[in-house]
Design a protein around this ligand. Structure first.
Ligand SMILES: NC(=O)c1ccc[n+]([C@@H]2O[C@H](COP(=O)([O-])OP(=O)(O)OC[C@H]3O[C@@H](n4cnc5c(N)ncnc54)[C@H](O)[C@@H]3O)[C@@H](O)[C@H]2O)c1
Length: 350
């Protein structure tokens, strides 16, 4: 019986052991050769729980983890304001990074990360895992094939719900200085990324933000309306909220010259000649929250599989920045005084 070559061993650490870390830990177990060697958190309870669940040493200090556990890859699953800095510290040591979205919490931090990624020999992925959803992949394939003709326009809706407890349990999520924003930076960024990936690079974005249901709990927005102009001339609109009472499927409708796409829990493609094609999502037993989607595992496996190949991973910071910049443009134009804690922090630092 012939066997393939043994997988390359990768020493792996997970930084931030909160909600999403569980999905990363489960995905790491599916990667041939990936060996979890350390976990890191500044919260004693979460660090202890992660150490007990994984059996690996825990660290509260990132540099000590780098020195002692010597990871080849780190998964960064921390609050947004730590992303760029922690990723840069890893990249500067030649450690590859799987970074949860968004790539940073401010434009300045995003710039710093882009420069570090460009100069590092290590690789970096930003977790826009929904690009690996099968209906989204098929939509992209159909659009790229030319079969549908040019895109005329698109519209997306994110009709979601978050409780007050979601923010009270993790106060960083509701603040400008730690979240870098609210619904747009935390939830709708996935949909904005999919829209721009399908329709074309964003060249202009306008919109408004509001806090319609959670103003007593959060200082950031829970609702937004956007209009994006894409390269090629098509425009799209996005309505997104976490002020609803349930988490319904995100939908994206793309109207093209010779067909229309309806991307929801599944993809329905309607062609000008009357054909209708449906693409369903695969089923997983990961136990993840439904609104996270099912594709973290696929993104993570893809990243590891390409670690020794030349060139950047396709979902690198410059790519992840497209949706991020749309959001920043909307924030810049919207009610600046909402960013009170960012401004206060900046003024305080002078
Ligand atoms: N891709 C997705 O679909 C998806 C889904 C959920 C969350 N996320 C992202 O994952 C990240 C974490 O979100 P979460 O919901 O798991 O948050 P969380 O608050 O549950 O977890 C964050 C963890 O980081 C720890 N932490 C804080 N400061 C730290 C530091 N200096 N060093 C090490 N650990 C530190 C916290 O103690 C906490 O345990 C965010 O970027 C979020 O946007 C992505």
């Amino acid at each position: 019986m012939s066997r393939g070559p043994a997988p390359v061993l990768r020493r792996v650490a997970v930084i931030g052991c909160g909600d999403i870390a569980a999905l990363h830990l489960a995905a790491i177990e599916t990667v041939p050769g990936a060996q979890l060697v350390a976990v890191c958190d500044v919260d004693d309870g979460r660090l202890d729980a992660a150490m007990a669940a994984t059996g690996v040493p825990g660290f509260t200090d990132l540099d000590r983890l780098f020195d002692e556990a010597r990871p080849d890859v780190v998964h960064i699953c921390t609050p947004h304001h730590l992303h760029a800095d922690q990723a840069i510290r890893a990249l500067e040591r030649g450690i590859s990074v799987i970074l949860e979205k968004p790539l940073a919490h401010t434009r300045e931090e995003a710039e710093r990360l882009l420069a570090a990624a460009e100069h590092s020999r290590a690789k970096i992925a930003v977790c826009f895992q929904n690009r690996y959803n099968q209906p989204a992949e098929r939509a992209k394939e159909l659009l790229d094939s030319g079969e549908l003709g040019a895109v005329l326009g698109a519209s997306a809706v994110v009709p979601w719900h978050r409780t007050a407890a979601y923010y009270e349990d993790r106060p960083w999520r509701g603040r400008w200085d730690t979240g870098g924003g609210g619904l747009l930076m935390n939830q709708a960024i996935h949909t904005i990324d999919l829209v721009q990936w399908l329709v074309g690079d964003p060249i202009e974005a306008t919109g408004s933000i509001a806090t319609r249901a959670l103003a007593e709990v959060i200082e950031v927005e829970d609702t937004a309306e956007l209009r994006i102009v894409h390269a090629g001339g098509a425009t799209s609109t996005v309505y997104a909220t976490v002020a609803g009472v349930a988490n319904l499927p995100v939908t994206i409708d793309v109207v093209c010259e010779r067909g229309t796409l309806h991307l929801g829990a599944e993809l329905t493609a309607r062609f000008a000649d009357g054909r209708v094609e449906t693409t369903v999502e695969r089923v997983t037993a990961s136990g993840a929250r439904a609104y996270w989607g099912v594709s973290h595992e696929r993104l993570i496996q893809d990243f590891y599989a390409g670690l020794d190949e030349p060139g950047a991973f396709w979902l690198h910071p410059a790519e992840a920045r497209k949706a991020f910049d749309v959001i920043q443009d909307v924030y810049d134009a919207a009610i600046p005084e909402r960013r009170s804690s960012v401004l206060a922090a900046q003024l305080g630092g002078r």
